[in-house]
Design a protein around this ligand. Structure first.
Ligand SMILES: [Zn+2]
Ligand SMILES: [Zn+2]
Length: 165
């Protein structure tokens, strides 16, 4: 008979609150506990997975299965979103400085590769110079249009035509 497990009822691990013991035991004799997630789902968790020590290698359980899956997906999105938001803010700032120096239609292009994809377009203009020093729109997956010989760089353009022409 394994030793009586420490009473964990009421303890909180991430979104989980321990609510009652389970009769289930791991192969090594660890107790399982029923936990309620903040979303209302319950999950049976072995006590060795209920830990506040996040430095240890062993994965801990912090939420019900549904929420755990969601949290993993969100973590990836959050990082990508943050990077993308920074790219867009940078593009907005770059483009504000370029007003009048580049064709107006470039300033109406999507801001980034991802932004162009969202809008179903193929060109975007971040207002930055390519590795060869061109200031020109980019094609998604294709790089700088001036490098591709498909568009002049801003410095080769005649000065902007008056509006309405
Ligand atoms: Zn949950
Ligand atoms: Zn280029």
């Amino acid at each position: 008979m394994p030793s009586k497990p420490r009473n964990r009822i009421g303890e909180i691990y991430g979104r989980l609150t321990v609510i009652r013991p389970s009769d289930k035991r791991t192969k090594s004799g660890n107790a399982y506990w029923w936990c309620r997630c903040s979303c209302g789902n319950e999950r049976e968790v072995p006590s060795d997975k209920l830990s506040h020590n996040t430095a240890r290698r062993k994965p801990t359980v912090q939420a019900c299965e549904d929420c755990s899956r969601e949290m993993q997906v969100e973590a990836v999105y959050r990082k990508n979103d943050r990077d993308e938001m920074e790219r867009r803010e940078e593009a907005i700032a770059n483009r504000a400085d370029l007003k009048g120096d580049v064709p107006d239609r470039w300033l109406k292009l999507p801001l980034t590769d991802a932004h162009a994809r969202e809008l179903g377009q193929t060109l975007f203009f971040r207002g930055n110079h390519c590795l060869r020093g061109h200031l020109a729109p980019y094609r998604i997956n294709g790089g700088c249009l001036a490098c591709a010989g498909q568009s002049p760089s801003a410095k080769d353009l005649p000065s902007t035509k008056p509006k309405g022409s």
